[in-house]
Design a protein around this ligand. Sequence first.
Ligand code: HEC
Ligand code: HEC
Length: 233
Amino acid sequence: MHINKKAAWPVSVILAAGMVSAAMLPGLAQDRAPEAPAPSTPDVSAMETREQAGLKSVSDFDDIADERERSVAIFEETGKVLLHPRCVNCHPAGDRPLQGMDMQLHQPPVKRGAANFGVPGMMCNTCHGPENVQVVAQTEDIKSIPGNPNWHLAPIEMAWQGRSLAEICRQIKDEDRNGGKTLADLVGHMANDDLVGWGWNPGEGREPVPGTQAQFGDLYKAWAATGAHCPES
Ligand code: HEC
Ligand code: HEC
């Protein structure tokens, strides 16, 4: 897929929005020729299949007669999204965000800071703009920088890293730990929040969470309607 063509022009790392300097991004080697961009041939039918695939719909749980059991099964299905690195990377248990499918510590080493928005000089929006920005460069590691107008870390009491689905379930229902959200607020957050929605649109080079946000929101509505039960362990 990659065409490794040696180019004669000096290689520079150009970030489309110009928000990040190359020096701030270890791993962006500047001594290699740029790769030709992948040909842009979006396969719409394949994309549609991917959107539907990977997350069951509410009706798939109709055959579970017991309401509590159905509620738990629906919640467990949403775990495919909750436990996905796209979500957990921003809900870390420590002082630093994580990144990548292997949930490594964020590079460069940024800190959450008092407002979960970084520390002076290394605020999240120093690099993360209002939308995903494609990295026009030869790096093999980073194809885009994630972005959202509200990009910052989930507060420590909302940490999901290292927790089981059962623990996360109890935690997100707990108004003392979920930012004071009622069950209806929580369902609305899952269904409509823009930062949650980023998981389905994480930018080039990053695997999206399964299903669609609409499907995910419907699962939460059904979970709430069946008593919002959590897995035992
Ligand atoms: C860029 C960082 C970021 C990403 C990515 C992210 N979140 Fe969050 N999340 C936050 C922040 C910040 C808050 C706190 C703000 C709030 O409560 O509105 C939060 C709060 C939440 C809450 C509120 C309740 C709680 O206890 O955590 C839920 C639910 C949630 N996120 C779900 C998700 C899901 C699902 C995904 C992945 C699809 C996701 N988040 C991805 C930053 C993020
Ligand atoms: C100096 C620039 C810079 C700063 C400051 C910065 N980031 Fe990042 N961040 C990046 C880059 C570049 C990536 C993409 C890395 C990759 O995909 O390998 C990234 C990726 C991430 C990811 C991973 C997304 C994923 O699922 O793989 C998260 C989460 C994240 N940043 C959160 C934050 C938060 C929260 C802050 C503020 C506390 C912050 N970042 C500050 C440059 C920065």
